[in-house]
Ligand binder design. Structure first.
Ligand code: FES
Length: 505
């Protein structure tokens, strides 16, 4: 796919005493930094990679105010008023992206389109009627029911059509917003791996390497917070989701968002290219660290695509991303209760990261500036999971069970059994070791104990990473952190990197 050149960053922060430090340059962090800079605050934006290098660069970028946990479910959990407020916040997020793209002249392919929710085969058609009524109560007055989606989409069942949804190119938008942030005096520094966040009575601070930078407030927008080490991670669970992009002729598929009612559901949008379109199809989600059949998942996605979109041509790209699922369907945005009033977090994208990230920018800007915001309680990170108690207990029991991995036998007994390009957890006495053999035969051994809260990592053959099933930390084969909440790498053990014999040699 085409990408967007990111503006240059500084190797080191220039701002000596910023008003606000934002950690994480994805959609939530960049939007927050831009809006606060626009309000006259001096903002320092930090990331260990380039803007959009994390999950924002992997999103399929649906811009929707149709909550993917369903309005009926949102009403049950958050009340009718809560569901209405949630829809309104996502609607405002889409409007904000459209407005900022216009005001800052960002060419990001933003377009308003319809959304089609397709009832999966065998499900009760009356559930669509109930969803339509709940959507109406949440303020979606233009939703209509149809017997099928627009031709030539091949789906036999009834659908709901939602007006005023949208798509855009997230990296083009992010690059434009970063440029506008810098043009207004904002300071972006990349290659900065923040390892500590905290606050004293009159200031907040972050540390990286031997450096500490102080500010009036710190916003942690690292997808999974590196500041809150425990509480927030008991209220959400990490999932992997899969996507493919297939070539289609321009105009062959009506430009709209499509998704179905399966669990996990399929989701579809178009990305315009110079002389064709790409049909981007996602789905096949599973809990992080709990599957090794990535090729089969991509194959099933392609199969589903060819049934519903028979005009789809060759699959040109495939990838996966991480979704943090809050047990009550809404992101956590606000004060980090464990750190104090000067530290803020944004997490729990719930598969709606582009709108939740933009809501984070709007809401945290108001909180930092001491302004009231009608969404503050809805997204409060300290809220209780009383209406989602079953889910809360189930997921946390699952995490507790994961600690049994610490005493389980290894997946292989001899590292010679590990083929080039593959990894497995072995045991060396009491210690689980993550062993990866690269294509050149070099063997890389790291501790398999996650540096967050000590679960055992699992091999992800699709991404060639070590993934933690407990709270979603992910590590490269050399131990480097790819996803928080862990911030320390997996240490080298047992000789680290050496050439090792493979059984076929
Ligand atoms: Fe929490 Fe690994 S992410 S223990």
């Amino acid at each position: 796919m085409d990408t967007a050149p990111m503006p240059q960053a500084n190797a080191n922060p220039r701002t000596v005493r910023p008003d606000v430090i934002v950690v994480g340059a994805g959609i939530a962090g960049v939007t927050t930094a831009y809006l606060l800079q626009r309000e006259g605050r001096r903002v320092l934006l930090l990331d260990d990679g380039a803007p959009g290098d994390g999950e924002t660069g992997r999103t399929t970028a649906h811009l929707s105010d149709v909550l993917d946990d369903r309005f009926t479910e949102m009403e049950r959990i958050h009340s009718e008023g809560g569901a209405r407020l949630a829809r309104q916040s996502h609607c405002t997020a889409i409007d904000t992206i459209e407005r900022l793209a216009r005001e800052e002249n960002i060419a990001c392919d933003f377009v308003r389109i319809e959304g089609w929710l397709m009832l999966a085969p065998g499900q009760d058609p009356a559930s669509l009627d109930r969803e339509r009524e709940a959507a109406f109560r949440a303020g979606h007055v233009g939703v209509d029911k149809f017997d099928h989606p627009p031709a030539p989409v091949s789906h036999p069942g009834p659908c709901l059509r939602f007006p005023a949804q949208a798509t855009f190119h997230p990296l083009k938008y992010l690059a434009g917003l970063v440029r506008a942030f810098q043009a207004r005096g904002g300071d972006l520094a990349t290659g900065v791996h923040v390892t500590g966040v905290g606050q004293d009575a009159d200031k907040a601070w972050v540390t990286f390497g031997d450096t500490t930078v102080e500010a009036g407030a710190v916003v942690v927008a690292t997808n999974s917070p590196i500041s809150d080490l425990f509480a927030i991670h008991t209220k959400q669970a990490p999932y992997r989701t899969y996507a493919i992009a297939a070539r289609v002729d321009k105009g062959a598929v009506p430009n709209a968002l499509y998704w179905d009612t399966l669990d996990p559901y399929h989701y579809v949008r178009l990305q315009p290219m110079a002389d064709h379109d790409l049909l981007i199809v996602g789905g096949e989600d599973h809990k992080t660290g709990e599957a090794r059949d990535m090729d089969e998942r991509w194959a099933r996605l392609e199969e589903w695509t060819r049934v519903h979109f028979p005009m789809a041509g060759a699959v040109e790209h495939r990838w996966s991303g991480q979704v943090l699922e809050p047990f009550d369907g809404l992101a956590f945005i606000g004060h980090d209760a464990g750190r104090g009033e000067r530290v803020f977090i944004a997490t729990g994208d719930s598969g709606m990261g582009m709108t939740h990230g933009t809501i984070a920018g709007l809401l945290i800007t108001d909180l930092v500036l001491g302004r009231e915001n009608p969404w503050a309680m809805l997204y409060d990170p300290t809220r209780q999971m009383t209406s989602s108690l079953g889910e809360y207990l189930r997921e946390n029991l699952d995490v507790a069970r994961r600690y049994l991995d610490l005493v389980k036998p290894g997946e292989v007994k001899d590292e010679a059994q590990i083929r080039p390009g593959e990894g497995a957890v072995m045991r060396r006495g009491a210690q689980p070791v993550a062993v990866y053999r690269d294509e050149q035969g070099q063997v890389h051994r790291r501790s398999a104990v996650c540096t967050h809260l000590k679960c055992v990592v699992h091999w992800n053959p699709g991404e060639k990473t070590w993934d933690c099933p407990c709270h979603g930390s992910r590590f490269a084969v050399d131990g480097t952190v790819l996803n928080g909440p862990a911030s320390a790498p997996l240490p080298a053990v047992d000789g680290g990197d050496t050439h090792g014999r493979h059984a076929a040699e």
